[in-house]
Design a protein around this ligand. Structure first.
Ligand code: F0G
Length: 506
């Protein structure tokens, strides 16, 4: 990574951060301000070192409050959940309660959802198998006592029939859970969550380590129906009807959960439409598959509501939250689980030393205070600032159609896609584009020439991602405009020296 940063000319050290500004050191050791549009991969909804968040952390530590007091009453955790339930109820117009499981990072909160969904499925399977065992005993008894006869194909051998049913059920019950995720998704890089992350370069080397997901085409959620048909399995049950034992099929809960971002982040800022969200919800309900909405990047107010999914009317069975929940200083995450699905036994099979630590809870409460203050002014600010940035990007796409392709996203979760330069006349630009490095080359130039920090994502190499804090100023937007106009003009002119230096130095 150091080599790559050096190659791109962005191997700088940042020594201070405040709001949307980071300060790096120049060669002479002098501090130079940089406008941070990368925003900690989306974690800095409130910017660097937000004064109220920092004050909370200082006073918590200054008061000698306990950071780690596991397995005790932790009223702050209850307060966080009450506040979040209020927000869920307001944004989704529901009164259903959600339980919460705390953890320490985005991927971990996805692992919690994965584990809980599978735990729930296993308990459901066990309950069905328990009922079948009872029915089998009743049928066996009825046949032995002469009260019932066997189906014709059982050759009069009740033990053989029971053996066949039991073996078939054991084979089906042992199948791994089926998880669904959308193409282009990013849900983390831990062993389980990685299998829900679509990028094959990340996922495939570790495919043998966890249950595989089936990926649903982003634009065609109807494909869930076909997958459901392919994955359909049944358990066999025995029923007594009119003095006959009958073998009946019962649906097997094959699906553990569908995971989705309503605005894909690492996948290049792509938003699902209301229509797509409705289709996914309807199809998942039809096949008994819970929906996990990953709001790790899109949530915490960045898109103009606390939950971006509320803007497309998609109420989830689970939500995963992280990044901005920690106010830019705490590493904390939370999985919300709908009350009717929550299995209280899960608390006994899942834990983490650092989850729900006192400092993070205090910080999260302050983050919620800041977001919810003055009737949710922060959400309006995110929407308004986002609209301003979107207008800027749209005007740039109009002005430089040969360089820019499109703007995507909502609020302060925006992507600006550059056109593919794989066939550019300038050899070094062409080479960079073919190596999927053009976005990084542009990022490097923006930092060196304009002191603006932004990145493409590894899964959408031509899309620059912009996720500044809600405190984005007009001046910061103006600086970005000047910088992007310069980039577009130079790319339009194929001025590769601007990006790579004189040819001889290459
Ligand atoms: N889910 C989403 C939607 C994410 O954007 C990320 C991380 C994760 C889960 C994993 O969270 O890093 O705390 O374990 N996204 C970063 C990105 C890395 O570049 O978009 P984590």
């Amino acid at each position: 990574m150091q080599d790559l940063l050096a190659l791109l000319g962005i191997d700088v050290e940042y020594v201070r951060g405040k709001g949307n500004t980071l300060h790096c050191l120049d060669e002479a050791g002098k501090e130079v301000p940089v406008i941070d549009y990368a925003g900690g991969y989306g974690a800095l909804v409130l910017g660097h070192n937000h004064p109220e968040v920092v004050a909370t952390a200082k006073s918590f530590l200054g008061a000698g409050s306990p950071v780690l007091a596991q397995a005790s009453r932790q009223p702050a955790a209850g307060r966080v959940l009450t506040r979040l339930n209020d927000i869920v109820h307001r944004e989704f117009g529901t009164t259903e309660p959600y339980y919460g499981v705390f953890s320490n990072s985005g991927a971990e909160s996805v692992e919690v959802a994965l584990k809980h969904a599978e735990f729930d499925r296993q308990l459901t399977v066990r309950a069905i198998l328990g009922e079948i065992t009872e029915h089998v005993a009743l049928a066996r008894e009825a046949v032995r006592s002469g009260a019932a006869t066997l189906p014709d194909d059982a050759d009069g051998d009740v033990d053989a029939l029971v053996g066949r049913v039991t073996a078939a059920n054991a084979a089906v019950a042992a199948r791994p859970p089926v998880f669904l995720a959308l193409e282009g998704s990013f849900h983390g890089k831990l062993v389980g969550s990685l299998q829900l992350t679509h990028n094959a370069a990340y996922r495939m080397p570790f495919a043998a380590m966890a249950a595989q997901a089936r990926f649903v085409p982003f634009e065609q959620p109807e494909a869930i129906a076909k997958i459901a048909e392919e994955e359909r399995a049944v358990l066999l049950d025995l029923r007594l009807e009119g003095g006959r034992v009958r073998v009946v099929e019962r649906d097997f809960p094959a699906f553990a959960a569908l995971f989705m971002e309503v605005i894909q982040g690492e996948g290049g800022i792509r938003a699902v439409t209301e229509e797509q969200a409705r289709t996914i919800r309807r199809m998942c309900t039809a096949i008994g598959c819970p929906v996990v909405v990953d709001e790790i990047q899109s949530g915490m107010g960045r898109t103009g509501a606390f939950f971006a999914s509320s803007l497309v009317g998609l109420q989830a069975d689970y939500y995963t939250l992280a990044k901005g929940l920690g106010g830019g200083i705490a590493k904390t995450a939370l999985t919300l689980i709908k009350g009717q699905r929550f299995r209280p036994e899960f608390d006994l099979v899942h834990s983490s030393t650092f989850a729900k630590d006192g400092l993070s809870l205090a910080v999260t409460l302050t983050v919620l205070d800041v977001l919810e203050a003055e009737g949710g002014q922060a959400y309006q600010q995110a929407a308004e600032r986002g609209e301003r940035l979107t207008q800027l990007f749209r005007s740039l796409v109009d002005a430089y159609p040969q360089v820019l392709k499109e703007v995507r996203g909502k609020g302060l979760m925006l992507g600006l896609e550059f056109r593919d330069l794989s066939n550019a006349a300038a050899p070094r630009l062409r080479e960079a584009a073919r190596a999927d490095m053009l976005g990084y080359v542009i990022s490097g130039y923006l930092l060196r020439a304009h002191r603006i920090r932004t990145f493409p994502t590894a899964s959408a190499v031509n899309t620059l991602r912009f996720e500044p804090s809600i405190y984005l100023t007009d001046d910061e937007i103006a600086a970005l405009e000047g910088a992007l106009r310069d980039v577009c003009a130079k790319l339009g002119d194929q001025d590769e020296e601007a990006f790579f230096g004189p040819a001889s130095a290459h």
